[in-house]
Design a binder for this molecule. Structure first.
Ligand code: NAD
Length: 489
């Protein structure tokens, strides 16, 4: 199998897609397996890339380990390291259209969203952490190779930068494993890494399957830290594997985040943000506010407006500028979402709108993985549709009668990633924000995210924080050096 393929993206971009493993600044073949990436809007193959075996992962880890000790990285001043990262951010910016096009094609998200939201986040994150490179004084430069068996399928490139930014700022070396559903843009990033001047082995990118490449990384004796983004179930496995050599871990996992609408809220704002909070990105958002609790006194108006908002969106392929909702990322995910809707039906819930596959008008999209945005009511707190993460454009809306009850039910979950509260009462906003068990709370908003602000979950939504200054802690170690300055008595 070759190490690159010429591709033409449906929006007209032509480019050379690397398909090998990126190890020591070179694209190299894997020993056997492959991953074929499909366009979720058409079900047609885009490209086949090499998939790392356990032995291939070992080579990437060895490269990272060697780079850590090599003078070209070890003796590079922190300021120069920061400049190199800033160059990488500039190169990503120069290739913004191409990278947004690849992510849209591979992942199914609308191109305008990838271009306007994801790429600025990726560029901003690397640029933000480039500034930290020479400001982590008071600590020695970390001496651990990093790795990231990762699931960046919702925002493939930008999620990768959440790990690369702080890891590189602290002087680590990295082995990055992208999600198998979206293997392409990370390999193009490999080309930019060489161009930015990073020494060989500092950043290695191995596509591969979780059970092979992911498991090897999580248990590899030379890997000191694992930063994982994905489901809570896989995170449990990773934690067990990492226990073998007591690895430091960061876990960013699933959620079933609550959004509370109090009677004094601005209803238009509440509808607008609660719609965005679950329906954007095809509902494939770990922090999706997928349980909406509305005060009973305003429930009927909220439901009417929310239904209107849901039914007003355009569902289509990635390339249509009016597309709000694209296809789910994989057929498996599409089937899973529809199965959850069936479960809700069989549990006695009401499907207020949606509840089935969406059949697009364009002939080429007939086999795409489109589902109707779905609103479910008449649910009880114990139903599976209320308890479990769907990871799709499906929301449950529940009524509450008072603040204590709303908080108690919002907290009645094993997850704790995001939460939102809509009220014009500033005291209530703070009171509820303090009581909700989650890593992040949005007041009168949903899904705000910024590289300068820490991101992460409590309970079974994760361990540790990414982004902001807090994100550096995961990639650095404090060392105490005791020096006897004279003759001790
Ligand atoms: P997943 O757990 O199935 O896969 C995630 C990654 O883990 C993939 O790269 C996969 O190759 C790897 N993997 C799978 N099995 C493995 C194993 N045994 N050993 C090592 N690696 C393994 O996740 P998914 O279903 O693809 O993603 C959806 C989930 O990700 C949702 O739960 C979502 O909430 C979560 N998510 C969380 C965040 C966050 O920041 N908290 C962000 C995005 C997604």
């Amino acid at each position: 199998m070759s190490l690159s393929v010429d591709l033409q993206i449906p929006n007209g971009h032509s480019y050379e897609q690397p398909t090998g493993l990126f190890i020591n600044n070179e694209f190299v073949p894997a020993t056997g397996a492959t991953i074929t990436s499909l366009d979720p809007a058409t079900d047609k193959p885009i490209a086949t890339v090499h998939a790392a075996s356990a032995e291939d992962v070992d080579k990437a880890v060895d490269a990272a380990k060697a780079a850590l000790a090599h003078p070209s990285w070890k003796l590079l001043s922190a300021t120069e390291r920061g400049q190199m990262m800033a160059r990488l951010a500039d190169l990503i910016e120069q290739n913004r259209e191409l990278l947004a096009s690849i992510d849209a094609w591979d992942n199914g998200k609308a191109y305008h969203v990838a271009y306007e939201e994801d790429l600025p986040e990726a560029i901003g994150t690397i640029r933000y952490y480039s500034g930290w490179a020479d400001k982590t004084f008071g600590q020695t430069i970390n001496t651990t190779p990093q790795n990231r068996p990762d699931h960046p399928l919702e925002l493939p490139l930008s999620m990768a930068t959440w790990k690369l930014g702080p890891a590189l700022a602290c002087g680590n070396t990295v082995v990055l494993k992208p999600a198998e559903q979206t293997p392409l843009s990370a390999l193009v990033l490999g080309k930019l890494i060489v161009e930015a001047g990073f020494p060989p082995g500092v950043i290695n990118i191995v596509n591969g399957y979780g059970r092979d490449a992911g498991a090897r990384l999580a248990s590899h004796p030379l890997v000191d830290k694992v930063a994982f983004t994905g489901s809570t179930g896989t995170a449990r496995e990773i934690m067990k594997m990492a226990a073998g050599t007591l690895k430091n871990i960061t876990l960013e996992t699933g959620g079933k985040s609550p959004l509370l609408v109090f009677p004094d809220a601005d209803l238009d704002q509440a509808v607008k943000w609660s719609h965005f909070g679950i329906m954007s990105n095809q509902g494939q958002i770990c922090t999706a506010t997928s349980r909406i609790f509305v005060h009973r006194s305003i429930l009927s108006s909220f439901l009417a407006d929310f239904k209107k908002a849901v039914e007003g969106v355009t569902i289509g392929d990635q390339w249509d500028a009016s597309t709000f909702q694209g296809p789910q990322v994989t057929r498996a995910q599409y089937e899973r979402v529809l199965a959850y809707v069936e479960t809700a039906r069989s549990e006695g819930a009401t499907i207020l709108t949606g509840g089935a596959a969406h059949v697009p008008t364009k002939a080429e999209n007939q086999n795409g993985y489109f589902v109707q945005p779905t609103v479910i009511t008449d649910v009880t707190d114990s139903m599976r549709i209320v308890k479990e993460e769907v990871f799709g454009p499906v929301v449950v809306i529940l009524a509450f009668d008072d603040e204590d009850e709303a908080i108690r039910r919002a907290n009645d979950t094993t997850y704790g990633l995001g939460a939102a509260v809509f009220t014009r009462d500033i005291e209530r906003a703070h009171r509820v924000a303090a009581e909700i068990e989650s890593g992040m709370v949005w007041v009168n908003s949903s899904q705000d995210c910024d590289p300068r602000i820490p991101f992460g979950g409590v309970k079974q939504s994760g361990i540790g924080r990414e982004l902001g200054e807090a994100g550096l802690e995961a990639y650095s170690q404090v060392k105490a050096v005791h020096v006897n300055m004279g003759t001790k008595l």
